[in-house]
Write a protein that binds this ligand. Structure first.
Ligand code: MLT
Ligand code: MN
Ligand code: ZN
Length: 304
């Protein structure tokens, strides 16, 4: 299967429009070694022609402009995106659906029941799309049963409920239910290889650890280095944990968890603009790399 990272940043991207933190200022002015990042999204393909979009970021226009494989190539109105999977109802993962409103037929969209509810009530993106060509909604079960998508022949998808956080406009905020956030195991039955994708991971429960340990590639929550990082420069008093993200550097954090796993190639995605690992010359980035963990980047291609 082909894996393409469209956006490796967290909500706000990097640099964030209104942020003057060390990283954002540094990348804007070119004084640190770091690359700009659009907001969190990947695309997966079984055949290199038909692609499944995972999350639709507010930056999707730029992401499509930068990735020719998804661009119109067959008829006057066209896209290589054949279906959309949404892992949670957060703004950075769904707002791009509005940009995709000109599609000439209903989008095939896969979400859990909890995400569907948020996207038809608190943030009614699906209702709005109903005034255009609408969506064909496919409900993703939260019992770890597998499903297939017709345009991804050979791939088998398994949704894994994660403990993370529902968006501020959800009735489940701070009171989450299974399905508010999912990770996804994507197996290519032709090669036997599998990817585990989880851009929002608040707690590494045993079943999640197992999915990660058995994957050939993990692409997981890289939001913050430390839980209180957003308060360092007076940006926000929110802790990452409150927002449903597990940090990298603490005991029991993502770095320790991943470094104990031999099988997968390990990548972080959904990196917040406050995270010191964005600076390629930072000691934190060096520590991460020494632990065998890579930082995914916009435009990254992996064939699995
Ligand atoms: C999150 O994952 O917590 C988000 O990036 C928040 C947002 O998009 O505002
Ligand atoms: Mn996010
Ligand atoms: Zn910033």
């Amino acid at each position: 299967m082909f894996v393409h990272v469209l956006g490796s940043g967290a909500g706000g991207g990097f640099p964030q429009w209104n942020c003057n933190c060390t990283n954002c200022k540094g990348v804007r002015e070119g004084t640190i070694k770091a690359n700009p990042r659009t907001q969190s999204s990947i695309a997966i393909s079984a055949n290199g022609t038909d692609w499944i979009l995972f999350n639709a970021s507010p930056d999707i226009k730029k992401q499509l402009d930068d990735f020719p494989a998804l661009q119109p190539a067959r008829q006057v109105r066209d896209t290589a995106i054949s279906a959309i999977v949404i892992t949670d109802a957060q703004i950075d993962h769904v707002t791009g659906m509005l940009t995709l409103r000109e599609h000439n037929k209903p989008w095939d969209v896969y979400t859990t029941k909890a995400v569907y509810e948020d996207l038809t009530t608190g943030f009614p993106v699906f209702n709005i799309l109903g005034h255009f060509r609408g969506i064909n909604h496919h409900e993703i079960a939260t019992d770890e049963s597998s499903f297939t998508i017709p345009t991804a022949e050979g791939l088998v998808f398994t949704a894994v409920p994660l403990k993370s956080e529902a968006p501020p406009y959800s009735p489940h905020r701070h009171n989450t239910v299974p399905g508010d956030n999912i990770g996804m195991r994507i197996e290519d039955t032709r090669t036997g290889k599998n990817l585990f994708y989880a851009p929002g991971l608040g707690v590494a429960e045993p079943h999640v650890m197992e999915y990660m340990a058995n994957a050939d590639m993990v692409l997981v929550d890289g939001t913050v280095w430390t839980d209180d990082e957003m308060s360092h420069e007076g940006i926000s008093n929110k802790r990452a944990q409150e927002m449903g993200h597990l940090d990298q550097s603490s005991k029991g954090g993502i770095m320790e968890i991943l470094s104990g796993m031999d099988k997968p190639r390990k990548f972080l995605i959904h990196i917040n603009n406050t995270n010191p690992i964005l600076n390629e010359e930072s000691p934190q980035r060096k520590t991460l790399e020494a632990a065998g963990i890579e930082v995914s980047y916009d435009g990254m291609d992996i064939e699995l």
